[in-house]
Design a protein around this ligand. Structure first.
Ligand code: 2HG
Ligand code: ZN
Length: 456
């Protein structure tokens, strides 16, 4: 990119917030998984919506592509520039300085946050007023408001509160030509035309740059109990969930892990929750009134579980066993992990998990499968370690083939990013894909926002 646009960008955001040195940019060019790397002419770090609007306007006038980056903890390569970058200039627009969280509207139960505010910061602000942010995920300290909205993140509370789209009351976003779209109201009933906040949620930065979000907040549960239960079959987990519900308990989270995953997190410092070795483990958090612990003990006594640990919430040590999976997996191999986030109908889950684990045997090299995920949502994270680079694509094809045959989705919660572009036809018809393309063309006619994401 020539010096002209860089100088103009410096004039908008300040000299120190336009990075062009390789050393300063390096952390922005590779994603968290290490699998996706690209190049950029500069990293630009605006502080306000007005600055974002000025940056986008300038880029639109000069034909500069923009890759939008929040916490860079996405797992599908959606927050870094493409490796085979299209001809022409490209900047990364980082929301790292846009971290404001507003005062909570306690009566309206909502809070506004800038796109770069972390999930942890938003939840801490909510907790100060006795409320809770219903989106929660292991990367809460680095994942941002803009990122979870752009990907319509799921996370561990989805079974109870729904996905991120359900928590977005209002949005502010800079359109591809630099105009600012603002829908900002705590009204839960507001049917004037298209649901544009809903459309931008999950749009993966391909339609506009999200700058602020007005989130719904909820009341936290009075008392919770967390259990990690060892079971022989995935079906047993559903039996336990039904039994909790029948006894009047509310399921706040329902996760599944396997012995191989438990061993990995244990090797990386987490305490084993139970001594018994078992093919599957369920982490279930329930809430209720009265003596919740007594009810949980009673249910587990009569359930087909072979061992169980129990702790009143927040039960961080038990949760750590589940939440440390991603990090432990990445620390236990030197090659990029084939990481696929899929969902299948609940009834198909036990069979599909067995089929998915067997994919590791199809690789012509010893390869380790680690499956875990949000069992209550039918969402399994398939992690295949030590897959030779030249076999990553065929292994991915096997996994997606199983998912499609079971009526599932190739992207349950992480989005399409760059990783899954070649496979979108497995999840959407031609008419569906061309309708999405028409929306993209209307909102971003010159294709400057997140090129290569979602559409290739
Ligand atoms: C989780 O549920 C995340 O912890 C990460 O979605 C999943 O690492 C993964 O595959
Ligand atoms: Zn997940």
């Amino acid at each position: 990119m020539t010096a002209g646009p860089i100088e103009d960008l410096r004039a908008v955001v300040g000299d120190t917030h336009v990075l062009t040195d390789d050393d300063a940019m390096v952390g922005h060019l590779t994603d968290w998984t290490g699998r996706w790397t690209g190049t950029a002419d500069a990293v630009v770090r605006p502080r306000t919506t007005d600055e974002v609007a000025a940056v986008v306007r300038l880029c639109a006038e000069r034909g500069v592509a923009i890759c939008i980056q929040g916490g860079n903890t996405g797992l599908v390569g959606g927050s870094v520039p493409p490796t085979d970058r299209p001809a022409g200039p490209l900047i990364i627009l980082s929301t790292a300085r846009m971290t404001d969280v507003d005062e909570v509207d306690v009566v309206g139960r909502c809070v506004g946050a800038q796109a770069g505010a972390t999930i942890d910061a938003i939840d801490s602000r909510a907790q100060r007023d006795g409320l809770m942010f219903p989106v929660d995920l292991a990367s809460r300290e680095s994942a941002t408001a803009g990122g979870v909205v752009a990907t319509n993140a799921g996370g561990v509370r989805m079974i109870r509160h729904g996905n991120t789209r359900g928590q977005v009351l209002g949005i502010e976003a800079v359109l591809a030509d630099g105009r600012v779209l603002r829908r900002w109201t705590s009204l839960v009933k507001d049917n004037v035309g298209y649901d544009l906040p809903g459309l931008l949620t999950g749009s993966e930065g391909t339609l506009a740059v999200i700058t602020r979000v007005l989130f719904r907040l909820v009341a936290p549960p009075a008392a919770t109990i967390v259990t990690v239960a060892a079971v022989d079959h995935v079906e047993n987990i559903f039996g336990v969930l039904d039994a909790f519900a029948a006894r009047g308990l509310r399921v706040e989270a329902a996760e599944v892990m396997t012995e191989s995953g438990l061993q990995l997190v244990h090797e990386h410092g987490a305490r084993r929750p139970v001594d018994t070795e078992s093919p599957f483990y369920a982490l279930i958090e329930v809430s209720g009134t009265g003596d919740v612990e007594a009810v949980v003990v009673d249910v587990l006594d009569g359930a087909p579980v072979t061992d169980a640990a129990l702790e009143p919430g927040p039960a961080r040590a038990l949760w750590a066993v589940r939440e440390r999976h991603t990090e432990s997996i990445s620390r236990s191999t030197t090659t990029p992990v084939v990481k696929l986030d899929v969902s299948v109908p609940i009834r198909a889950l036990p069979e599909a998990m067995a089929e998915l684990a067997a994919v590791a045997g199809m690789v012509d090299h010893p390869c380790r499968p680690v499956l875990f995920g949000h069992v209550g949502d039918g969402n399994i994270h398939v992690n295949l370690l030590d897959v030779p680079e030249d076999q990553a694509e065929s292994v991915t094809g096997h996994v997606f083939g199983i998912v499609a045959a079971n009526g599932g989705s190739i992207s349950a919660e992480h989005g399409i990013g760059r990783a899954k572009v070649p496979w979108t036809h497995l999840g959407r018809s031609d008419v569906d894909l061309s309708s999405m393309r028409a929306i993209k063309d209307a909102w971003d006619p010159h294709g400057l926002l997140n090129p290569g994401v979602l559409f290739g």
